[in-house]
Design a binder for this molecule. Structure first.
Ligand code: AMP
Ligand code: MG
Length: 396
C-alpha cells in the first residue's frame, strides 16, 4: 500500500502528453494549442469605413454647412475604383473599403439628403470613422502562443486570420468498463441480488464534465473469459477505466486479468479512504485505472487520479487537484490511518471557506455524496479535527 502523495505523483509522472493533431478551429475549445499562431494578413486587411455614411476628402475643415454631390454607393464586399472629386462624396456602408480618393466618413445621421445633394451638418476630423489597414493586428504578428488553452474568446481571432484548422494536443480517448455479475443497467427490471449500475453513468458524466468524450463499453460479469475480452477491447483506448473487481474477494479478478493482458502494475492499493484498492497500471498503448466498485470510491478515484492523468495527457497546466484550506464547523473524527476524503458542504464567507461534513452512514453512502460540494480531507496521522480548526478540502 502506498502513500496518497506518492501515488498521485506517480500518476502525474507516468501519464505522458499526447501527440499534436490538426483539428477544425470550431472544435478546438478546451484544447491546448501546439503551435505559435501568426497573422498572415493585416487586420483589417484594407482601409474601411466604421460607419454607414458618406466617404469624402475632408478639404474644407471648418464649415457650418457644406453640400457635396453623391456620386454612387460602395457596400461591404464591393470595391470602388473611380475618382471622387473634392465636391463629391459617395454613400458607404460599415465594413466597405474606403475609395482611394477619400479619407473621411461622415455618419448618415449627421447629414441630410435632397436628391443627389448631401448636406453635412457636422465638422469631421480628417480620418474620422475610418479603420486603417492593419490597425488592429499587423501582418506577421504573433496572435496566439503555443501552450494557450483555447477558449471561445479565441475563436473569432483565429477565424479572422483565416485559420480553418489548428494544431492542438490530442485529448485521450477514454473507455469505461463496469464489472460485477450483480450489476444491471438502470431502466431494466431488478432481479434478486442485483443492483443498478451507478458507476457507468457517473463516470461518463464526470468525463463529459471535464470536456472529454468517453466510450462506454458495458458491464462485464465476474468471469475470467468475459473480463479478458472486455479488457482487450478497453486497451485500445488511451485510458481504460474499470469499475469494480479490484478488491481482495474471490471474484475480484481484474488485477489478474490485467496482468495476463499485458498491463504493468504501477500500484495497487493506496492509503486513502474510501478507495483503498485502487489499481493503476500502464501498457504499450496507454493507462488503466481500476476503481473500487462502490460509487463513492469510484468518485474519489476519478476526482483525484483520473483527472490528473487526463490533464497531463492533454498538456493542461495545474494537473493536480487543487487542495484548499478552510475552517471546520463541526468536529471530525477518524481512525482509518489513511488520507480520508469525506463528503462535505463548503461555504465561502468573506474569503474564508467553512467546511461541514455531511451526515453519513459509511463509505457506500451515495446520498451524502449528492449533498456535498466537495471532500473534507483528514490526513492519515490525524484522528480528530476540532470545530474551528483549519483543514484541507477539495471542491468537486
Ligand atoms: P467491488 O469493487 O467489485 O468489490 O464492488 C464493491 C461494491 O460496490 C459492491 O457492493 C458492488 O456491488 C458495488 N458496485 C460495484 N460496481 C458497481 C456499479 N457499477 N454500480 C454500483 N455499485 C457497484
Ligand atoms: Mg465486484
Amino acid at each position: 500500500m502506498i502513500d496518497f502523495n506518492i501515488a498521485l505523483e506517480l500518476v502525474g509522472e507516468i501519464a505522458q502528453t499526447l501527440n499534436p493533431i490538426s483539428i477544425p478551429v470550431i472544435n478546438s475549445v478546451g484544447y491546448i494549442l501546439d503551435e505559435d499562431i501568426y497573422s498572415p494578413l493585416d487586420m483589417p486587411p484594407f482601409v474601411k469605413s466604421a460607419m454607414d455614411g458618406y466617404a469624402y476628402k475632408n478639404e474644407i475643415k471648418d464649415y457650418t454647412k457644406i453640400e457635396l454631390k453623391n456620386i454612387g454607393m460602395v457596400a461591404a464586399g464591393d470595391f470602388f475604383t473611380g475618382n471622387i472629386k473634392s465636391d463629391e462624396c459617395i454613400s458607404i456602408m460599415t465594413g466597405a473599403p474606403l475609395p482611394d480618393s477619400t479619407d473621411t466618413v461622415i455618419p448618415i445621421e449627421n447629414t441630410e439628403k435632397e436628391g443627389d445633394l448631401i448636406t453635412f451638418r457636422k465638422n469631421m476630423i480628417t480620418g474620422a470613422n475610418v479603420c486603417l489597414k492593419g490597425e488592429d493586428i499587423s501582418k506577421g504578428a504573433l496572435i496566439l502562443e503555443k501552450g494557450t488553452l483555447i477558449k471561445t474568446s479565441h475563436i473569432a481571432l483565429l477565424s479572422s486570420a483565416g485559420y480553418e484548422n489548428i494544431k492542438v494536443i490530442r485529448k485521450p480517448k477514454i473507455a469505461i468498463l463496469n464489472t460485477g455479475s450483480e450489476i444491471i443497467e438502470p431502466g431494466k427490471e431488478l432481479k434478486a441480488g442485483q443492483i443498478y449500475n451507478s458507476n457507468g453513468q457517473m463516470l461518463q458524466a464526470m468525463c463529459n464534465n471535464l470536456n472529454y468524450d468517453a466510450e462506454y463499453i458495458g458491464i462485464a460479469e465476474d468471469t475470467e473469459e468475459t473480463l479478458k475480452n472486455a479488457i482487450k477491447q478497453g486497451l485500445e483506448y488511451d485510458i481504460l477505466l474499470i469499475s469494480g473487481g479490484v478488491s481482495m474477494g474471490e471474484f475480484d479478478l481484474v488485477p489478474g486479468m490485467l496482468k495476463e493482458s499485458g498491463v504493468d502494475k504501477i500500484f495497487h492499493k493506496v492509503k486513502i479512504k474510501p478507495g483503498k484498492p485502487l489499481f493503476f497500471g500502464k501498457h504499450s498503448n496507454g493507462l488503466v485505472f481500476g476503481l473500487p466498485g462502490n460509487p463513492l470510491s469510484n468518485f474519489v478515484g476519478f476526482t483525484l487520479f483520473v483527472t490528473t492523468a487526463v490533464k497531463k495527457m492533454s498538456s493542461l497546466s495545474d494537473i493536480y487537484p487543487e487542495f484548499k484550506s478552510g475552517i471546520l464547523t463541526k468536529e471530525f473524527r477518524q481512525r482509518s490511518g489513511r488520507r480520508n476524503f469525506f463528503p462535505a458542504t463548503i461555504e465561502k464567507n468573506n474569503d474564508q471557506y467553512f467546511i461541514t461534513p455531511v451526515d453519513s452512514n459509511g463509505s457506500a453512502d451515495i446520498m451524502s455524496l449528492s449533498k456535498a460540494d466537495g471532500f473534507l480531507i483528514a490526513h492519515e496521522d490525524i484522528s480528530v479535527i476540532k470545530e474551528g480548526e483549519t483543514t484541507e478540502f477539495i471542491l468537486f
